[in-house]
Design a binder for this molecule. Structure first.
Ligand code: NAP
Length: 277
């Protein structure tokens, strides 16, 4: 990565998390990073905070043979692809974190072969993300390892060869924080219902979730075994688990994740169709 240039097209929340991660890991120098954004004040902010270069001109930002990160909202993509068509050096790597934007649509839209598509998630903002990624055959070994280094600065990363897995990852890890936050909220509300102050209920729930994750990670046991460990015969866990199963907790969760997967595929097909139209 040393001396590699990295240009962000769209310099919002995720781009800032990536800039912070890249600089935190010392992957490249601030002077090699360019943040492009329509709002000049946003560029100014990032320049002051990280010492990076800033511009409002996307075409100027993609000059060079380094890495071009597409970090705009999905609805901006069609116009952006048109704006940047044939503007990126064939030697550069395009890395897209745009939800739902298919590799084919990006490659054809830009007229560019080397594309990495990533599905990150929200905890990437604090370096605890889960990124699932795939790459076109034109991406070189060197570029793959550059992409991997960048994603490792955001948390954990998993490379998968088939792009279909990105739709699955969208439903599991990409959308996953929404399920966990809802679960968290419901537990906190239940704690308040029992009589705890919201502050104490929140502390109890967050530490319980964090501790359970750490415990599951350090233990070799299957989650069902861990659950059995805390379920004494005729006890409180057995009573609560009975109600959760009776309410269809497992099935509802499975259906929700399946629905998110279907929606991700549908949105991907829709955006590819729009790009063709
Ligand atoms: N946030 C997450 O946790 C997360 C997780 C997984 C995936 N993603 C994906 O990451 C991408 C970025 O998300 P984000 O949360 O960072 O969004 P964001 O904070 O809204 O950042 C997008 C930035 O792009 C700028 N922009 C708009 N039009 C542009 C254009 N034509 N050229 C260049 N920049 C333009 C926006 O400026 P204005 O605000 O002035 O319009 C904004 O600063 C999205 O596609 C999202 O699906 C995000």
């Amino acid at each position: 990565m040393k001396d590699a240039t990295v240009s962000f097209i769209g310099s919002g929340v995720m781009a800032e998390a990536m800039i912070s991660g890249i600089l935190g890991q010392g992957l490249t120098a601030p002077g090699h990073i360019t943040a492009s954004d329509p709002r000049q004040e946003r560029g100014q902010e990032l320049r002051e905070r990280y010492g990076v270069l800033a511009t409002t001109d996307n075409r100027e930002a993609v000059q060079g043979k380094g890495i071009v990160v597409l970090s705009v909202k999905p609805q901006v993509m069609p116009g952006l692809l048109e704006e940047l068509k044939e503007a990126i050096s064939p030697e550069a790597l395009v890395l897209s974190i745009v939800a739902g934007a298919r590799i084919k649509a990006i490659a054809e839209g830009l007229g560019h072969q080397s594309v990495v598509r990533v599905m990150p998630n929200t905890p990437a903002q604090i370096g605890e993300g889960m990124s699932v990624w795939t790459a076109t055959p034109a991406v070189s070994e060197h570029q793959r390892s550059q992409a991997q280094s960048i994603l490792r600065a955001l948390g954990e990363e998993v490379y998968l060869e088939d792009e279909d897995y990105l739709d699955m990852a969208t439903a599991l890890s990409g959308t996953g924080p929404a399920y966990v936050f809802l679960f968290m909220e419901a537990m906190i509300d239940a704690g308040v219902h029992l009589g705890f102050s919201r502050r104490v209920a929140q502390q109890l729930v967050l530490q319980t979730i964090r501790g359970s994750v750490d415990f599951a990670e350090r233990s070799a046991a299957h989650p069902a075994e861990l659950r059995n460990m805390v379920t004494s015969p005729g006890g409180t866990s057995a009573e609560a688990l009975y109600q959760l199963e009776k309410g269809g907790f497992r099935t509802v969760l499975s259906r929700a994740i399946w629905a998110a997967y279907q929606k991700s595929k549908y949105l991907g097909e829709l955006s590819s169709k729009e790009d063709r139209d």
